[in-house]
Design a protein around this ligand. Structure first.
Ligand SMILES: [Zn+2]
Length: 690
């Protein structure tokens, strides 16, 4: 199963696992006014390490739970959501039928099928026998290519992943996009760089284990071949930084052109199996990688390709299989790659299987769950207060106004570009809580005793939804994140989406001091908003089309500023010897800087000329900065950080706080930061973009 991702979506992104305290009515969840000052470290100067000043006591006393690779206030939010979903699913499972009809009963039956451990243990590898048999029976490369076409609807993996999104040059229509695939490790670096030798060795042992459990002959030799094959694909693959360039990933081709461009792969059979037999045109993303990967495929022995697919079927299904599979899966994905020490209890894994959330599967269900949109309907109806929506709407109005004013005043952007930017800003829609239109699950058959069947039927129905609407009009009310998700994003529909799951303390607390909310959720809204206008956003115009609306001089002026910011971030060292990649994280760092800038402006505007109150000795501006810093309060394992710096376009959390703060004059004024302190940047060297 692959990840069907949006092309231009940028999520705030955080790995999330989930039990936390619930606020009492009228009182904020953290501290007396929304900030937990007991978690601060007053012994650290803000100018030396603002993240630690705001969060140090909490960091020192908090232990990362063994079943998580990280812990943070954001994780506590997810814990609370999980607890609620757990109660909901237990109740639904207690009353569901064998083959239920209502949405709640289907959610209950799916969860029940996951919790039926004895059935899963008894089945063992037999649960995926049909998929493995199909691989064994395949006679040649063409049949194997066709099996890859099932990647979005079953457990198979593919060398070329396939997804749908709006057509970036004709945004009133949908298009099919294809991406490089084939790798089981998180990034090409894991195959090619000595730093990851340990993980690569562990991956080969994991492949051996899965192939052995799947009854493959000579599993050790086969695993070696599989890893060597993936290493060649890694060499041909684009880097994460290259993939960020929207101008380079829009390469439309007819199917005939694709076959001529990347020969050696049975494209027609592959597309037919994907339900796209009539497809005329596809947009190829990492285009120069395609002929190379197709050639590698054509040169690789069929036996290796079969072992590769068998291993990936087992890997994609392992989360739902008996203990030997599930434990091997945990050791590889959660422990070795993320530093998580103990496996989550079964009910949590069950909740995630149905609802979604990042449990390391890296597939469609990882993000959306198997019935994620249905769970979201039930969750939002029960837990999302309408007052939250009204408050967020007000914040958004102030943030947009602040951005409007900022763009008008920019000294580096030309007048025509400003006009385009302001036009685009007006077209943005903000979506809060849950979608207006709900996904229909009435045709998805769920049985309380068929976990693997439930997963594949849900996957097939989900992919079928996207294929069925390909020729229809673009639905601008669409969402790409489920309501229970603890995240936010800026999407290809020129929308900024805040699911119910992220609108909890400390990101948003209806009972907190407004400055805290401006710093936290205001900063996040600002972050997402600026993405529409940065080095990537500049390539999408007010109609949503891929068109660079900047002049060359604007681009140059922006790049000069961005380069200085990138150089600052490249000096950051989360653990000794491990540096932040200033280029990979560039867009996110600029968005953090912009987000915090807009949050401050919007807070000032919300005061309507009155001075900000002083609370507990903290000024209004200080509280905005503390709100932002508290939103990132958390700690992670070293393995988690190592994985993050190569594969995640977001900087580690401490730099999401210190990085933007040190470039804002208001931070120096608010906390009296002076030359000689570690974060100090001379006024002339501070980066001002928005
Ligand atoms: Zn972002």
């Amino acid at each position: 199963m692959n990840v069907r991702r949006g092309v231009v979506a940028c999520a705030l992104a955080l790995a999330v696992w989930m039990s936390g305290a619930v606020a009492q009515d009228g009182k904020p969840q953290y501290g007396e006014w929304g900030y937990d000052s007991a978690g601060a470290d007053k012994a650290t100067k803000p100018g030396d390490d603002f993240f630690r000043f705001a969060n140090g006591a909490w960091i020192d006393k908090t232990q990362i739970p063994p079943d998580k690779p990280a812990y943070s206030l954001r994780v506590a939010m997810t814990d609370l959501t999980d607890q609620r979903l757990h109660e909901m699913m237990e109740a639904a499972a207690a009353t569901t039928d064998h083959e239920p009809k209502t949405l709640a009963a289907k959610v209950g039956a799916f969860y029940k099928s996951f919790m039926d451990e004895s059935r899963t243990e008894k089945l063992g590898v037999a649960a995926i026998a049909p998929q493995l048999d199909a691989v064994r029976r395949a006679k040649d490369r063409d049949e194997l290519a066709a099996l890859m076409g099932r990647t979005n609807a079953d457990f198979e993996s593919a060398l070329f992943n396939i997804g749908t999104d709006i057509d970036l040059k004709d945004p009133k229509k949908y298009a099919v996009y294809m991406f490089q695939g084939g790798l089981g490790l998180p990034d090409r670096d894991y195959y090619l760089k000595a730093d990851f030798a340990h993980q690569k060795t562990a991956y080969e042992a994991y492949a051996t284990k899965l192939l052995g459990l799947s009854g493959w002959k000579n599993p050790e030799a086969a695993a070696k071949d599989v890893v060597a094959f993936e290493t060649r694909i890694a060499e041909a693959s684009w880097t994460k930084t290259e993939q960020r360039d929207l101008g380079r990933i829009y390469n439309p081709k007819s199917i005939g052109e694709l076959a001529a461009f990347a020969p050696g792969f049975a494209w027609a059979g592959y597309l037919k199996q994907a339900g796209l037999g009539d497809l005329q045109r596809v947009i190829v993303a990492e285009n120069t990688a395609f002929p190379k990967i197709a050639a590698i495929y054509a040169q690789t022995p069929v036996e290796t390709l079969k072992a590769w697919q068998a291993m990936h079927i087992a890997d994609n299904a392992a989360y739902y299989l008996s203990t030997p599979f599930a434990d091997a899966y945990f050791e590889m994905h959660n422990k070795t790659l993320s530093g998580q020490q103990a496996q989550a209890v079964r009910w949590k894994r069950g909740v995630h299987a149905v609802s979604g959330g990042d449990y390391g599967v890296g597939d469609r269900a990882d993000t959306f769950g198997n019935l994620g949109w249905g769970v979201g309907q039930l969750y939002a109806a029960k837990y999302f207060p309408p007052q939250s929506k009204a408050k967020i709407d007000e914040l958004v109005v102030n943030l947009k106004a602040a951005y409007h004013a900022r763009i008008e005043k920019l000294d580096w952007m030309s007048a025509p570009t400003k006009a385009e930017a302001l036009k685009k800003l007006e077209t943005y829609t903000i979506k809060v809580g849950y979608p207006d239109h709900q996904r229909d699950y009435s045709q998805v058959a769920v049985r309380d005793d068929d976990l693997i069947g439930n997963v594949t039927r849900a996957a097939a129905a989900d992919w079928g939804f996207f294929v069925a609407r390909l020729n229809g009009p673009v639905d601008r009310s669409d969402w790409s994140m489920t309501p229970q998700t603890n995240d936010a994003y800026n999407g290809s529909l020129r929308d900024i989406v805040f699911p119910a799951g992220i609108l909890q303390a400390p990101i948003f607390d209806a009972n907190a001091d407004p400055a805290i909310n401006y710093g936290a959720v205001g900063g996040v809204i600002g972050h997402e908003l600026t993405h529409g206008f940065d080095d990537e956003g500049r390539k999408i115009d007010a109609d949503g089309a891929l068109r660079d609306w900047w002049t060359a001089d604007d681009a140059k002026a922006f790049e000069v500023r961005a380069k200085v910011l990138g150089e600052q971030y490249s000096t950051f060292e989360p653990i000794p010897g491990v540096h932040v990649n200033g280029n990979l994280t560039m867009g996110e760092n600029i968005a953090d800087l912009g987000g915090l800038t807009l949050a401050l402006d919007a807070y000032h505007a919300s005061l309507h000329g009155k001075p900000a109150p002083v609370i507990d000795g903290y000024s209004g501006d200080q509280r905005v900065f503390l709100g932002w810093a508290q939103a990132w309060r958390g700690k992670v394992t070293d393995d988690f950080v190592k994985r993050q710096v190569v594969s995640d376009p977001h900087s580690p959390r401490q730099f999401r706080v210190n990085g933007p703060a040190r470039n804002l004059d208001a931070w120096y004024d608010a906390f009296g930061v002076k030359a000689g302190e570690k974060l100090f940047v001379a006024p002339a060297d501070r980066v001002r973009i928005w």
